[in-house]
Design a protein around this ligand. Structure first.
Ligand SMILES: [Zn+2]
Ligand SMILES: [Zn+2]
Length: 412
């Protein structure tokens, strides 16, 4: 086995911990397992074996009959084996102890102590312990962000927010206004957008669908069947995600109130929600939220025939901004009208179809720009943030929808 080169940092770490280990072994009888740096003849103090180590205590008959004794590595004299393993970097030695029970019993677990706390983040020339371990874990990949081996990122149609999402990508990495249910869901995280830019063919202006973003799901939401069809294209050099929302009644004729009461969410700023916003914490009492914009509810209500939008309750909306008021005047009832968000690069179209007992079809387009640095900015505008602990500047929701200079973009 060739000697493995170690960085000076690792060498000094190893020599210092080796010294500490030797001091411990001479001062105390708390030695639990023999290792390359310990005295093989020292007796194990059974009462001091911690619970985590009990699985190592195999009956001697099992130890002696272990078939791994026949492998070349364990046929060589122990002293020689210990000598060889001193040339391994700490992560490599820890991996070797995890290959089988015999290796663990022979080499001991002292090396594991080097991977507690911040030491776990130390990288040798071969990579960190997690990276080495991930090589032997099928179906997993080493994640540099959270230093864990976990299943690789799935496309938005299969990805669900889980315990790794926040530690891997941060709390602002997810767009959460699409369903994430067992029967179906759609979840985009920032690395999906990154991947699209990385895999873009050079010089592409317009493209066919980008397979990564394809998806279709139907979920039951209240009295409504909610279908979402997703696709993305490069359009005039911009990455544009298209979502088609189809809402139909599960019983009887679809009414406008069936949709608005879901509530339907199109972007971080346009929802039909009428519930009061998250109250600000005492610390941020100046950050008084204002009610939701009436734009989306107005677009939906006027898309329906008047007899199907009668039951809409009187809700407390804020006054529309001037640009919204203009859209509400000109777009009401026009199935071809393209509505625009004033806080993010989102456009949408709302149409009612009388077929199948009445169906509301909303098409929405989300532009991530033509360069990744623009996508970074737009992403922050797309992610909805509305926590009581956040100040005004950090919020981004229907209750805190700032006017931004949002660029226009082509949708076909
Ligand atoms: Zn991760
Ligand atoms: Zn928006």
């Amino acid at each position: 086995m060739p000697a493995v080169r170690r960085s000076k940092r690792l060498q000094s770490l190893q020599s210092s911990t080796k010294g500490a280990r030797q001091t411990r072994s001479t001062q105390s009888t708390a030695q639990t397992l023999r290792g390359p740096f310990d005295r093989p003849e020292r007796k194990i103090a059974r009462q001091q074996i911690s619970k985590t180590q009990t699985y190592l205590n195999r009956p001697s008959t099992k130890v002696l009959s272990d078939p791994n004794h026949a492998t070349p590595l364990f046929r060589i004299p122990r002293e020689l084996l210990y000598l060889i393993t001193t040339h391994l970097p700490p992560a490599g030695l820890a991996c070797l102890t995890l290959t089988c029970k015999l290796a663990l019993e022979t080499l001991g677990i002292d090396i594991w102590a080097e991977f507690r706390g911040r030491a776990r983040l130390l990288h040798g020339p071969e990579g960190s312990l997690c990276k080495l371990l991930a090589r032997d874990l099928p179906g997993h990949e080493y994640c540099v962000r959270c230093e864990t081996a976990h299943p690789p990122l799935r496309p938005p149609r299969e990805h669900r927010v889980n315990k790794f999402t926040q530690s891997c990508f941060g709390s602002d990495a997810t767009i959460d206004y699409w369903p994430q249910l067992e029967e179906g869901g759609y979840s985009i995280v920032w690395p999906h957008i990154q991947r699209a830019f990385e895999e873009r063919l050079p010089g592409v202006v317009d493209s066919g669908t980008i397979e990564l973003f394809d998806g279709e799901l139907t979920v039951k939401a209240g009295s409504v069947n909610y279908t979402l069809r997703s696709s993305a294209h490069w359009i005039k050099r911009n990455l544009v995600l298209q979502q088609e929302y189809r809402l139909s009644s599960r019983q009887g004729v679809l009414q406008a109130v069936d949709v608005t009461s879901l509530p339907l969410r199109i972007c971080a700023h346009h929802t039909t929600a009428t519930t009061p916003p998250t109250p600000p914490s005492v610390r941020h009492h100046a950050a008084k939220p204002v009610p939701n914009s009436p734009l989306l509810t107005h677009a939906i209500a006027t898309a329906f025939p008047s007899n199907l939008s009668k039951k809409l309750p009187k809700a407390d909306f804020r006054d529309p901004a001037p640009s919204e008021a203009t859209q509400m005047r000109t777009g009401a009832g026009d199935p071809e009208f393209i509505w625009r968000c004033r806080s993010c690069p989102t456009k949408f179209r709302v149409a009612h179809s009388p077929e199948n007992g009445g169906e509301l079809i909303v098409n929405a387009w989300y532009c991530f720009g033509s360069e990744i640095h623009r996508a970074v900015d737009y992403w922050k505008w797309f992610v909805r943030r509305d926590l009581a602990s956040l100040g005004v500047k950090k919020r981004n929701s229907e209750f805190y929808a700032p006017s931004r200079s949002v660029p226009d973009f082509a949708i076909e």
